[in-house]
Design a protein around this ligand. Structure first.
Ligand code: PLP
Length: 519
């Protein structure tokens, strides 16, 4: 990789205190003048409107700062962050980190969207309802499903919604007592096990074949029974390997009386190529906040789009946006609805962004997204070859779709440098740390890049060159990676602390209690 020039990078360091440690008593950003005499006369004492037992005994202990101090504080913090828009985040596999066009943010800030209130009457929000309805039509075409809801607030929430639909379906059939098992595969996203478990099911995980990485169909045949409620499966799995026999898997579960839910969060490589319907699935979910270019907000304003076949449309969370020939309305009349997945209508801003994204691409553009993403992944695999100490998991599967799982086991054995060390070291090159794998690690010392369609050949070359460089460096001087990062705002942190309830704190008050005031 001698042909790629790596960038020099060093983060800003401000040693910024937390905001509660800043300011002085009485310092103010805005001074709000008291109510005028006329108002006071008309309204009286505002405090009298709050029952005395609900009133505070003393003012809350909030930071007291002037405007410039607040501005400086947050700007400094933002500059200490390696932002998504300044780095190449190819390393965040099973997330589909991609460029989210900034023009879509402008759209969202139009008052027609920004000033909407979820309690407005239907007749006053026809525009946004039309967008939701039209976007649902796109999703039906993309998946082959018949109806969609966009209420769930993320991918795992979408999977949970599907698990609730499966539960309700068997309840209506009078079989819930008997059907209490959900089958998944080990390389499906862990939410495909965790969410049905939360919905009360027992989970059976099918292990991958040691050579091909594919889930074993014979194991599935042995697992299904009259207790099978359904299967919840990711495909391509979190290795980037596509199970070409997925329709047979679905058939086996159907024959046993179960329903099948397709986790399509890895759909970035499937647009216009393969659909849930043709594979036989009864329902599916997409991560709108990832595959459809809406930013992946770290548990933030996400959207898990859930699609179902007509037979299950009665089970969807309400309300569903429908068109009655003259206008759009909210349909609450679903006989077996699982209820609400969340309040109001979900994160509609994710829908507006995704709608704009799909409109800008069209059907051909969407297919190109997938073709480019597959091409990028396989180009990355070729460029990675020869990286010292790195191997691809399940090498018999030469072609991967949206992502690929590698192993640094050899590097670890040879140098003591493991995947966590390399992940910390990449940030010294101005690149976000990469995702290793969900736990437990089935592939030893793993990492999972996902170079979707928005990365250029140059981006991929640069990212791969960083991995080559770090691996070479590990053989020459392993301490560099083991003590990384060196060019960041903070250096290596004590991970043990994160697992020690006596030391971590979720709130400032808890922090003070555990560490003493002023520390
Ligand atoms: C395949 C798959 N399923 C489900 C999820 C969970 O999505 P979320 O993080 O939005 O809950 C992810 C997350 O990346 C995923 O990759």
């Amino acid at each position: 990789m001698a042909d790629v020039r790596l960038r020099r990078y060093h983060a800003e360091v401000w040693n910024e205190p937390v905001i509660t440690e800043m300011g002085r008593s009485g310092e103010r950003g805005i001074r709000i003048s008291g109510a005028g005499e006329e108002i006071r006369e008309a309204v009286g004492d505002a405090r009298s409107y709050i029952p005395s037992k609900m009133r505070r005994g003393r003012p809350p202990r909030l930071p007291e700062l002037s405007q410039p101090h607040v501005l400086r504080h947050f700007l400094r913090l933002s500059r200490q962050t390696l932002g998504m828009a300044v780095n190449i985040d190819i390393g965040l596999g099973t997330c589909t980190m991609k460029y989210s066009p900034i023009v879509n943010e402008d759209l969202l800030r139009l008052p027609e969207f920004a000033d909407l209130h979820p309690l407005q009457g239907e007749e006053t929000v026809q525009g946004i309802l039309e967008i939701v309805h039209r976007f649902a039509a796109f999703m039906k075409e993309i998946s082959g499903m018949d109806e969609f809801t966009f209420q769930p607030g993320g991918g795992a929430h979408g999977i949970y919604t599907n698990a609730c639909i499966i539960r309700k379906y068997h309840e209506v059939q009078g079989e819930l007592g008997q059907r209490d098992e959900i089958i998944t595969t080990l390389f499906s996203h862990p939410a495909d096990a965790a969410c049905p478990a939360t919905a009360g099911f027992k989970i059976i995980s099918l292990y991958p074949d040691g050579e091909t990485g594919l889930p074993d169909i014979e194991a599935l045949k042995a697992a299904v029974s009259e207790r099978t409620a359904g299967a919840m499966i990711t495909n391509p799995e979190d290795t980037g390997i596509f199970n070409p026999r997925i329709d047979e898997f679905v058939e086996i579960v159907h024959e046993a009386g179960g329903l099948c839910a397709y986790d399509q969060a890895n759909s970035n490589a499937l647009f216009g190529i393969a659909r849930a319907r043709e594979a036989g699935f009864d329902m599916c979910h997409f991560n709108i906040h990832k595959a459809f270019s809406s930013p992946h907000g770290c548990m933030g304003p996400a959207c898990g789009a859930v699609g179902v076949r007509e037979e299950l449309a009665e089970y969807l969370p309400v309300p569903v946006v429908v068109f009655d020939g003259s206008g759009y309305r909210l349909d609450y009349d679903r006989r077996h609805s699982i209820g609400r997945a969340r309040q109001f209508h979900g994160n509609l801003e994710a829908i507006v962004r995704a709608y704009a994204w799909v409109m800008s691409l069209g059907a051909e553009g969407l297919r190109k997204v997938s073709e480019t993403s597959i091409l990028n992944t396989n180009y990355l695999i070729r460029r990675m070859s020869g990286a010292r100490g790195v191997s691809m998991a399940y090498p018999k599967q030469a072609v991967r779709l949206d992502q690929v799982r590698f192993s640094l086991q050899e590097l670890k054995e040879d140098t003591g440098v493991g995947t966590d060390d390399v992940s910390r070291r990449v940030v010294d090159f101005g690149v976000q740390e990469y995702f290793t794998s969900h736990h437990p690690w089935v592939v030893p010392e793993p990492f999972l890049p996902e170079p979707c369609e928005t990365y250029s050949k140059e981006d991929i070359d640069r990212w791969v060159a960083i991995i080559h460089r770090i691996c070479e460096e590990a053989y020459a001087d392993p301490e560099i990676a083991k003590t990384a990062p060196h060019s960041q705002t903070i250096s290596k942190i004590d991970q043990e602390m994160l697992n020690d309830p006596a030391r971590w704190a979720m709130t400032w008050r808890a922090y003070e209690r555990k560490h003493g005031k002023g520390e």
